[in-house]
Structures are given as C-alpha cells and as structure tokens.
Design a protein around this ligand. Structure first.
Ligand code: FES
Length: 296
C-alpha cells in the first residue's frame, strides 16, 4: 500500500493523530489576533482548534468543542468576542472554563470545582514571526522542529506586508494527495502568473533542497520562485510580488479544504536577483533583507 492510497476514515484518524503527535502545525497569521478577544479557528490534522488572544495579551489555543455537547465554539474562520456556545449558551473564560451555564442550578447543579474540571483541552501555541503554530502532542521545541526555516519565516514576516486576500477551495481528495499535488505541480501561474505566464514549468526547471522534515522547491525559470513545504501540510510560495501561504486542512479521509492567504511584499518592486541553481533560495532572502536595509 502506498502512503498516497485512499484510506478509510479509521485509518485516516490513526495517521493524522500519529503525525499530529510530533509536529507543530500552522494555525494562521497573528495579524488577525491583534486585539483581546480575537480568535482564529483552524482545522489541524487531528482536531478542530481555535487560537484566541486573552485579555492578558497571551495567545491561548483550545479544542473547538463545547464541553456540553461538543458543538463548535467558533463557527467561522476568524472573529472576536466572548466565548459563548451557539447551541445552549455556555460561556467560557480566557482559561477555557465554562463560567456561565444557563440554568445551572436547576439542570446540572455544577459547583466551581466541577466547572473547572470541564475546562477545554488546551494546546501549546507559539509564534515564529507572524506565523502561529500549534502543537497538540509532544512535538520538539519549535526551533528544533523548523531548523533553518525558523529564520526564513522570521525574515518573511518582516518583509511581507499586510494580508491582501484570503480564499478557500474544497478538494474531494485526502490531504496527502493535496500536499503531493502542490509539491509536484509547483505551478507558478497559481501564485505568480503575471511574471511567469500560464505555462507549467518542466521538472528540469525545478530544484529541491531538503532541510529536516521540510523542503524547498526552487523554480529556476525567470530568476526563480520558491515553494517552501513546511511539514506536514503548509506551503509558502514566494515570488516576485509576494508570498502565498497555503494550508491543506483535512476535513475527512477524502475531503480537504485548501486555504490560501496572499501577502504582497512590503516594498515593491523587490529587486530581482540574477542567480541560478542552488544560489536562488539564498539569493531571494538576500534580496529581501537588502531591500529592508538589513543583513541575512
Ligand atoms: S453544546 Fe454548547 S452549550 Fe450545549
């Protein structure tokens, strides 16, 4: 059986749980979490979560399932406000504890200790630049998990401007197929059609560099564009006009939601490095840093 064969729902859950146990997963950009009460919902490999800015300013990540009957607390991709379940109105505090239970005395009789015991499961959340990552299991420290990509993400965070658009597409396929397709295709028109036209690149024009669990594919045509594949399910495609962050969200064994967030460079146009081959990746970031007056 190939890792890319379709699997049953049960097998899908076993796989995603095992993978999620040891990885950091991209949840979204901190740009949308600037004010207290702001939250982002993210479908990670193994569970639905939300990351929320508490009144203290801290980012907290919890399972997106009400302790009463598992109804999702956050029902849209992003939002803000108090945490109130839309089903029967349980209200949660910043620590994920249900502190407001309508008709508690009459229906449940929960005391404070019982309410504390119903606290939502919480997960580690950490930033790399503007990128928000969540660990639902025993992932290694973030620095170790990302290796060289830690500085890449930090550099991109500084060089990229505000989000210009967010789009989603539903794919009738498992998330692994979706990731594999994005790696194999690396189709420049998807994110830089203005620069590269509408034809596809040939395999000879693509160069891959692996770093730990992650990899970069550089397109050497027209000064190069780079697609960073962050294990397990995020791609950051970097081109002359900006970057496209794509997250492959599994919503079942044969259903994937592909979320795209587009961020143009802060300063345009970015200098075009006259480079080729393996120098291209380094050259891009040198160009980015140079344009900011910094050093790589
Ligand atoms: S499911 Fe949330 S209050 Fe009932």
């Amino acid at each position: 059986m190939s890792p890319f064969d379709d699997v049953s729902e049960t097998q899908h859950q076993v796989e995603t749980r095992a993978l999620a146990h040891s990885t950091w997963q991209f949840a979204g950009l901190v740009d949308e979490l600037s004010a207290p009460g702001a939250w982002l919902r993210a479908q990670l490999l193994d569970r639905d979560v939300f990351v929320r800015r508490a009144d203290s300013g801290q980012l907290r990540c919890f399972d997106n399932a009400c302790a009463h009957r598992r109804f999702p607390l956050c029902t849209t991709r992003a939002g803000s406000g108090r945490l109130e379940c839309g089903f029967h109105g349980w209200v949660y505090d910043d620590d994920g504890v249900p502190i407001g239970i309508p008709r508690n005395k009459e229906l449940f009789g929960f005391d404070r200790a019982k309410q504390q015991s119903l606290r939502l499961p919480e997960h580690r959340v950490q930033l790399v630049g503007r990128f928000v990552f969540v660990a639902t299991g025993a992932a290694p420290p973030l620095d170790a998990f990302f290796g060289g990509y830690h500085s890449t993400l930090t550099a991109l965070s500084t060089a990229l401007g505000p989000v210009s658009r967010h789009t989603e597409e539903q794919l009738p396929t498992c998330w692994k197929h979706s990731v594999a397709r994005s790696i194999e295709d690396h189709r420049p028109p998807a994110f830089d059609g203005q620069l590269l036209g509408t034809d596809f690149s040939s395999p000879a024009e693509l160069r891959g560099v692996r770093e730990g669990l992650h990899a970069s594919v550089t397109n050497t045509r027209a000064a190069g564009t780079i697609a960073h594949q962050l294990f397990p399910n995020t791609r950051i495609a970097v081109g002359l006009t900006g970057a496209l962050v794509s997250a492959h969200r599994p919503v079942g064994s044969a259903q994937t939601r592909l979320e795209h967030t587009w961020l143009p460079w802060k300063s345009q146009p970015l200098p075009v490095p006259a480079l080729s081959g393996s120098d291209v990746t380094a050259g891009w970031y040198r160009a980015v840093f140079d344009s900011l007056g910094g050093t790589p």
